[in-house]
Every structure is written in C-alpha cells, then in structure tokens.
Design a protein around this ligand. Structure first.
Ligand code: FAD
Length: 557
C-alpha cells in the first residue's frame, strides 16, 4: 500500500454505539495533553459526536513552560528549548487542522487542574474527553479531575490511544504483574484488539466552539512570548513539530517497503547523520502527533505484502513493542523512576561526582565518540539508539560509575522525544540496574564507534575542532604525536580535553564494583539499605586505595 492522504481515511473506528451513555445536545470539552493530532484520536471523535459545541483546549502550565535562566541549557526547569519549540509548533499545526474542520484550539495559561475546573463550569461542560495517560504526573492530575467530574455529574471519556495496548489489561492478562522482557510481553499482548476493527483516521467536521465567556483564551504563544530569548540556531532545527509533519515523515520513512521489511535495529548505524538509519519518528510519537497504532497498521500492511520480513524484537514493528513494553512495566512498577523503593531495580553504590557528570553532560570527556554524541544530543535533541547506549553505559557502569538517575535527568531535559516510561526504562537497562544484567559487556568509547565509522566522519561533523585529525587518531587523539596535533590544529589538553579517565582502568573498576553490588543484592535478597550501600562503597574504595575519579584527576587533568 502506498501511503497518501487518502489512505488516512481508509479506517473506521469501533462504532460509536459502543461508547457509553450517548446523549445529544451538550457541550463537550476535548482536553489535549499528548495526542496532538486529529487522526486516530478516539477522545476527539467521541467529543465531536452528538455534541452541540466542542471546546478543544490545551493548557500551558507555567510550572513546565516558564523560562529558567539557571538551568544548564536554554529552556524551562524541566524541558530544553528545542522540545518546547517542538510542542508549540505542534499546537500551531493542531490549531490549523482543527480550523479546517470548523473548530480551533483554545489555549489557556495556568495550573492545569484549576484552569480545567473553571472551564468546565464556565462553559457548562457535560462531557470531558481526554486521552488516557499512564505517566505518574497525569495519573495524579486525572484522579483529581475525575473525582470533580463525578461530583458534578460530568461524563468522562478517557480512552487508551497513546499505546498499542492497554498496560492495565496486559498486566491483568499476565497474572497481575508486568511481563519483564519484550518477548514475553509480545506473547501476552498478541495482536492489538483494534486491528480487526480498524482505526478511524478521518474526522471531517467538529461542532463549533461555543462562547468562551470570561476565560482568557489566547493564540498559541511563541517562544519569545513565553519569555525565551529567540536564540538564533547555527543550523536549521532537525525537527518541526506537528501532525502534518509527522504524517509526511511517516510516508517518507516507509515508502521504501524493502527497507521496512528488512529492518533490523541492531544492524542500524549510530554514526549515520546525513541520513539517519532509523525513522526518527520518536518525537512525533512522544507528543502523539503520530498515532503509534496508525504507524503499526502501516507497517503491518507492508509486512503482509512482503515475501519475507524481520520479526520483533528487531523489526520495525518490534520497536513499537519495545515502546509498549516500557509503558507497561513502568505503569505496573511503583517508583519506576528511582533506584530506591523500586523493586525491579538493583541497589548499586553509585558515585557522586558532579565534576565528571558535568564533563559528560557538556561533551568534555576527552573521548571524541562520547563527546560527539553529547553534542548531537544538545544540538538535535535526538541521537541514535546505540549512541544512547554508548553514552549511558559510559556514564554509569562502563566508566564513570555515576547514578543512572543523573544521566536520565540530562536526557529528560535535552531529548525532544523525552518520554517518562521509555527514558527511565532504558536507563535502568543500560546501567544494568534492571532488565539486563551482563555488566561485563561494556561499550568501548574507543572502538565501538570505529566499527561503523572508521574515518570518524561523525566525530568530525559534531566536533569540528578534530576535523583535521588523521583517522588513526580520531578516536584517541591524545595518542597522536605533538607534531600531528600541531598539524591538525588541535593540541590535546588545550584545544580539546585530555580524557577524564583511563578507560582501561575505569572499566575494570566498574566491573569490580558491579560484581560487589550484585553480590550484596543477592545476599540480602534485594533488601539493601542506604547504610549497606555506604558500607559497600567504603569497602570497595578501601580495596582499590583510590577512586577512579581521584586517580584520574591526579594523573590526567
Ligand atoms: P526507530 O528505530 O525508528 O523506532 C520507531 C519507534 O519505536 C521509536 O520512535 C520509538 O517510539 C520506539 N522505540 C524504538 N526503540 C525503542 C526502545 N529501545 N524502547 C522503547 N521504544 C523504542 N526513546 C524515546 O522515545 N524517548 C526517550 O526518552 C528515550 N530515552 C532513551 C534513553 C536511553 C538511555 C536509551 C538507550 C534509549 C532511549 N530511547 C528513548 C529509546 C530509543 O533510543 C529511541 O526511541 C529511538 O532511538 C528513537 O529513534 P527512532 O524514532 O528513529 O526509532
């Protein structure tokens, strides 16, 4: 099937008589949070059916969006500017799409719960529709909103449409706990239910917006209006937010059917930057500009026609299973985003070293492969999956032995696709805190990138200071003789940092520390206190006499 905008109308939703309590002649409010799209948006469809007036609302929460000049990169306290800009672009696009079908997006500013409750009253809303959200922030917020709605006799419609499956149903099917690996997840999940009845990807009209009363509705603000300096980028942004762009990119990504059918994630190249090796659709899935279910449906159509195709977990379809897998585990695991109080997370005596953390975050480790990735992250807000593996392993159990929560926070801020479930899940994985336990398998910052890119084109692009370094030294420039460094106009220690650690020593120490932590977790059946970790840290440091960071600061800096 070749995708065109007509294909978007091919599907139909489960018939509306399946919806509860259908009434007519009422005001509905469609509350957008994620799910910033018109296609495959069951909450919006339901709001549009049999309502007299529909109020499509997005609330700008200053807590999330207010500029924070003290943060380590431009943006608010929680999000980098690249993601904020992406969100605003997505809202503009949504407003445009809604206008085409007789409506518009109403933007209000303030604390979401308070704003929403006052809108419900002011607009005499009888039906509130919003996409179900498993993130703890929305779980807490939605519980408060639902209790208000219940007291006020407002009907709530909150379908699961951000993921392929309903995490709660998967957990129930699995006997009350989430499946703990992707294979058992896909066995429990089977085919999504909606696949047989097909999706609705067209909405031709929405009832008009009613009188907004005293609510101070605005247009979608610009970054400047939100208090950000409009930073002039050196290069045009890599992503443009919005559903229209998401669908265009989807079409582009899957037009080569053979590529889709043969997709094997582990064989994709993390150093490809002119034409990245994966779809780069993650920011669109994160904000719901693209429906993961529609994406799944498109891949399925291609697979049906293909003679052979790859399978989960490595296939393109498999990538969407990974996404749902992390959503399900995170939904069923209290304190998923922390080491403490998280029963699936091994307790490890991570180091606390702000200097090393900042060197990693700011691309000053002296390892070109690591630093180039961190520059790409900052500039693009996106890096390839195996590049994420490399830098996450380096920060945690591979070299620096720094807490995965610290790395998670940096990713959470800088990624445009920053996603609570997926980000935390992958940091747990990469730090060998959960899911994956082979801590002796370390991504070498010296040789891993070289396998894909022996000439170092990726490094030269993101670290132009090294652009003239001969390929023999591009991954370890400190080993280049001074004459070569001079010729390459890059003196190590002056123009580009010396390595902050010796990978050989650090990785050995990390393995020893991981072994000790695993042993303790095993001995104490996972019940490990702060004091136990403190004692373990003292014991391990005693054995090595001096910590990695101290040794290296003495030796190399
Ligand atoms: P493709 O390979 O084209 O895959 C298509 C889609 O499948 C992706 O867009 C994504 O939604 C999903 N997907 C792919 N790989 C994974 C995976 N391993 N786990 C879950 N879903 C996956 N992804 C995020 O979307 N948000 C994050 O915050 C995030 N943080 C990560 C942190 C670390 C430490 C690591 C190792 C990975 C993280 N990932 C995250 C997963 C993965 O790296 C990205 O989803 C992927 O690189 C996005 O690129 P793509 O859209 O081209 O992926």
């Amino acid at each position: 099937m070749r995708l065109s905008s007509q294909n978007l109308t091919r599907f139909t939703l489960p018939s509306l008589n399946q919806y509860p309590n259908m009434t007519s002649g009422l005001n509905s409010l469609m509350w957008f949070r994620k799910g910033l799209r018109v296609h495959d948006n069951p909450a919006l469809e339901y709001a549009a059916k049999n309502s007299t007036q529909v109020y499509p609302l997005f609330i700008i929460d200053p807590h999330y969006m207010k500029a924070d000049p003290t943060a380590f990169s431009p943006g608010s306290r929680f999000a980098g500017l690249t993601r904020i800009r992406f969100l605003l672009e997505s809202l503009v696009d949504l407003d445009c799409s809604l206008k085409k079908i007789g409506s518009r997006l109403l933007v209000l500013h303030g604390e979401p719960h308070d704003v929403l409750i006052s809108c419900l009253k002011e607009w005499d809303i009888k039906r509130l529709c919003f996409e179900y959200d498993t993130d703890p922030y929305y779980q807490a917020l939605d519980a408060k909103v639902k209790s208000h709605a219940l007291e006020s006799g407002i009907e709530i419609y909150s379908p699961v449409s951000h993921t392929l499956f309903n995490p709660a149903e998967i957990i129930q099917k699995n006997g009350g706990t989430p499946p703990m690996n992707c294979l058992s997840f896909s066995k429990v999940a089977g085919e999504p239910e909606w696949l047989s009845s097909s999706l609705s990807t067209s909405l031709s009209a929405i009832p008009p917006v009613g009188d907004v009363g005293t609510c101070e509705v605005s247009e979608v603000p610009t970054v400047k209006q939100l208090g950000y300096e409009d930073i002039q980028e050196e290069e045009p942004p890599i992503f443009k937010g919005g559903e229209s762009e998401a669908l265009r990119r989807l079409r582009e990504s899957i037009k080569d059917k053979e590529w889709v059918a043969k997709f094997e994630k582990p064989n994709t190249d993390p150093s490809a930057f002119k034409k990245p090796a994966t779809t780069m659709l993650s920011p669109y899935l994160k904000f719901g500009c693209l429906s993961s279910r529609y994406f799944y449906q498109c891949i399925k159509d291609i697979e049906k026609e293909a003679k052979n195709h790859t399978s989960p977990p490595v296939s393109l379809l498999g990538q969407l299973f990974w996404r749902d897998f992390f959503y399900t585990v995170s939904y069923g695991t209290p304190n998923f985003d922390h080491m403490r109080g998280n029963k699936i997370c091994r307790q490890i005596h991570w180091n606390n070293d702000d200097e090393l953390l900042a060197a990693w975050r700011d691309a000053r480790t002296g390892f070109p492969w690591i630093d180039a990735i961190m520059v790409q992250l900052r500039k693009w807000g996106w890096i390839h999956h195996l590049a994420r593996h490399s830098v996450a392993c380096f920060l945690t159990r591979g070299d620096l032995f720094i807490h995965w929560e610290k790395g998670r926070d940096v990713f959470e801020r800088l990624l445009v696709d920053s996603d609570w479930s997926i980000n935390n899940g992958n940091w747990l994985w990469l730090s060998c805190s959960s899911f994956f336990y082979q801590y002796h398998r370390i991504y070498s910052p010296l040789s891993f990138g070289k396998k894909y890119d022996p000439n170092g084109a990726y490094i030269r692009h993101f670290l132009p200071v090294l652009k003239d370094m001969p390929k023999e030294y591009i991954y370890e420039p400190w080993t280049a003789p001074l004459s070569i460094q001079t010729k390459a106009k890059c003196i190590i220690g002056k123009d580009y940092p010396k390595p902050i650690i010796s990978h050989e020593i650090a990785s050995k120490e990390c393995k020893r520390k991981m072994a000790a932590a695993y042993e303790l977790n095993k001995k104490q059946n996972g019940i490990v206190s702060d004091e136990d970790l403190h004692n373990l840290r003292a014991q391990v440091e005693d054995q090595s006499q001096v910590t990695v960071s101290r040794r290296l600061k003495q030796k190399l800096i």
